[in-house]
Design a protein around this ligand. Sequence first.
Ligand SMILES: Cc1ncc(COP(=O)(O)O)c(C=O)c1O
Length: 396
Amino acid sequence: MNQLFSDRILNSKKSFIREILKITNNKDIISFAGGLPNPISFPTAALQDAMNTVTSKNGSHVFQYATTEGYLPLREYIAKRYQTKHGLTINADDILITSGSQQGLDLIGKVFLNKDDHVLIEKPGYLGAIQALSLYEPHFHQVDLFEDGIDLNQFKTLLHQHNIKLFYSVPNFQNPTGITYSKANREALGGMLNDTQTVLIEDDPYGELRFIGEDVPYIQSFSSNPSILLGSFSKIVTPGMRIGWICTTRPEIMDKLIIAKQASDLHTNYFSQRVIYQYLIDNNLEEHISHIKKLYKEQREAMLLSIAEYFPENIKITKPEGGMFLWATLPDSMSSLKLFELASTLKVAFVPGEPFYVGEIPQNTLRLNYTNSDPKTIDEGIKRLGQAIKTLLAQA
Ligand SMILES: Cc1ncc(COP(=O)(O)O)c(C=O)c1O
């Protein structure tokens, strides 16, 4: 039946992580595999109140079709937050509400990419971006990540070797590594972009979840190139309502994104937009985010402490200052896929690094999510994983 399908879908892989999550749905398994926010952080009662208010105040209006750009007061709220938190001059016209930032990635692919265009992403990079952009059949290139950001020499070489159309980055608490680019790294790479025609994409779903250190300006502050910011309520309110946004101060880009959005789904779920907005004006978002950060900080501490106790010393671990993930690098001789199989028998799961790479794939990396288990469960899971690592090392 393959002759029926487009080349673009035939060339795209199923999400490896979704397959793994099927295995980890089993309740006996301690899973560090998912990338889900902790459901105890969802403001369920407040969202229910917001839903009632929106429906009783506005009646049938909130169940009607709406504008492609999104609900204006919500766009104004987001623009104002960029102004007050980051000092950026952003207006409501610079914001397009999307079905999660994941849809933002798809729209970017639609608007910018022809088959065989060149796209630069981080190594390892966000799997969802690889999946979304793959449908537009670009050539991917990856630039190595260090603890303080991307490898600048490699970045410069890649920018000049290929005609890179998009550079996609997750500069804060990156998925999958948890790494944050330093100010110096952002400044240097912003400067390098200035000599090119490359569009800068900064995807920032985790930026508000900083529990150590201080915020760093966006890369776009250091570059005059066309740039796009992606944002989302998924990690700070709820992912299920699918409300994210694209922000760009370039009207030419925004016009094209609106055409693509209209063609895709007319507009983002209007009821969800109204409910989220009602929630935002009736509640204290800062307080809510502080509560999530406290929770995740404790879970991150618990995981790092247990790793220090149970993992052999030659395992390299990132120490994220926020967000939801940390990243482990095993000795070169070890395979994280083999470790995954062994760990499954001990009923603990993680994501092997493989799906976060395009082209050459290191075998010895893995992602650990700490936001979905309590500290006691984290300790037990890391103890089992440490046992699996030691067993595999002894066999090598
Ligand atoms: C880096 C990154 N971008 C985008 C997304 C998608 O988020 P959303 O729920 O806003 O579509 C995720 C989700 O995990 C992510 O990690």
